[in-house]
Design a protein around this ligand. Structure first.
Ligand SMILES: *Cc1c(COP(=O)(O)O)cnc(C)c1O
Length: 382
């Protein structure tokens, strides 16, 4: 009598779980996690200084191809730090997308900057370069090399696209437009660890890219985040800001600006280093699952998000596109009631009370997606 019984059965079959609850995404620990955490405890260096922090940073830099990596306590403050370090100031504007997790926009607010929303593309769920260009052409002028929003009179200092569920936004086109308008590009790659476009890791296209290692992400440190960059000075600045802006000295407490206590503790980095060793395996298994989902939903005439050409997706969360909002609600109700966890894509940020008065473009694609997309269980199958 359920409309989506076949979907429920298929997901239960894929996860070899005929009866029990199936979560949306749980961590996969099968490597050196316990060993490294235990070593970390034995060393007593469990806090903000230690070898695991340095090794984890090096491992992320190597994997992503970025020159430098600075880890911090979560993905939200990674974006906050990226904003401040790149020079985003109070009362300046940051262009972002309305279809994202709240952290993206909260981080803009922490920097006392003002978000402006442009639409996403239907096929990437990431920022639409077309919408970005139209917004800039119609609303801005360049004065002394600075992009000014003619409506608000404020400087537009940064652009913060997000790579939704690990799929690449049209990042090359976005970068080109940002360069043209003198706007700093920062990528919220929180969901994109292990994803690349034309062989280049996501997060390395902009001046800065940020990741999250929250428990529900592709790899986890419990809580954690990272910022990558090719700019050595900026990396030093990020590290300085994340450690209370303390000037290194054997015993003196001297600080040269208002800093933050954002440095990732060594015990989290111990977990992270072990997770990095398993990343290739995790990505391989997630790709297999995505392929099985793709075959199955195609046979049901339900669309799923696939890789675009030249894209290599981490398939963090698989997503189906239902025919309309009614089907979306039905799908959510039936699967969740059957103990198969699924979640709708986010409500638009422009519908939240804090951001509803922010400037925005036509958001047809974001609205269309928010009424149709549902995430389905995507953990590594045991
Ligand atoms: C997870 C996530 C973040 C950061 O989250 P934390 O929980 O702070 O690590 C930021 N942006 C997006 C889009 C995310 O999905």
């Amino acid at each position: 009598m359920n409309n989506f019984n076949n979907v429920i059965e298929k997901i239960r079959e894929l996860f070899h779980e005929p009866k029990e609850f199936i979560p949306l995404h749980i961590p996969h620990f099968s490597g050196n996690e316990k060993k490294y955490v235990s070593e970390c405890i034995d060393s007593t260096f469990v806090s903000s200084v230690g070898q695991f922090v340095n090794d984890f940073e090096k491992s992320i830099a190597e994997f992503t191809g970025a020159k430098r990596c600075v880890v911090c306590v979560n993905g939200t403050n990674a974006i906050h730090l990226a904003m401040i370090a790149s020079g985003v100031k109070e009362n300046e504007e940051v262009i972002t997308q309305p279809l994202t997790f709240i952290a993206t926009v909260n981080a803009i607010s922490y920097a006392h900057a003002v978000p402006v929303f442009v639409d996403v593309d239907k096929d990437t769920m990431g920022m639409s370069p077309k919408s970005l260009r139209v917004f800039l052409e119609q609303n801005t002028e360049i004065k002394d090399g600075v992009c000014i929003n003619k409506l608000s009179g404020r400087k537009i200092s940064a652009c913060l696209p997000m790579h939704t569920f690990g799929h690449a936004a049209r990042i090359e086109e976005i970068k080109e437009i940002c360069d043209e308008y003198n706007i700093t590009l920062i990528e919220d790659a929180a969901e994109a660890m292990g994803s690349s476009y034309k062989g280049k890791h996501l997060g390395t296209f902009g001046l800065l890219g940020t990741f999250s290692f929250n428990g529900n992400k592709t790899i986890t440190t419990g809580g954690g985040g990272a910022i990558i960059t090719d700019d050595e000075n900026l990396a030093d600045k990020l590290k300085h800001l994340s450690t209370q802006a303390k000037i290194p000295h054997k015993w003196r407490y001297e600080h040269d600006q208002v800093g933050y206590n954002y440095r990732m503790p060594n015990i989290n980095a111990a977990l992270g280093l072990a997770q990095m060793e398993k990343l290739e395996y995790i990505l391989k298994r997630k790709r297999q699952l995505a392929l099985e989902y793709n075959n199955f939903f195609t046979s049901l005439d339900i669309d799923v998000f696939e890789e675009r050409e030249s894209e290599n997706c981490n398939y963090w969360l698989n997503a189906v596109i239902l025919k309309n909002q009614e089907q979306q609600q039905l799908f959510l109700t039936e699967l969740n009631e059957a103990g198969v966890m699924c979640r709708p894509i986010w409500e638009l940020m422009t519908n939240m009370v804090m951001f509803k008065n922010c400037q925005k473009t036509n958001l047809d694609n974001a609205t269309w997606l928010s009424h149709r997309v549902v995430n389905i269980p995507s953990s590594v199958v045991k």
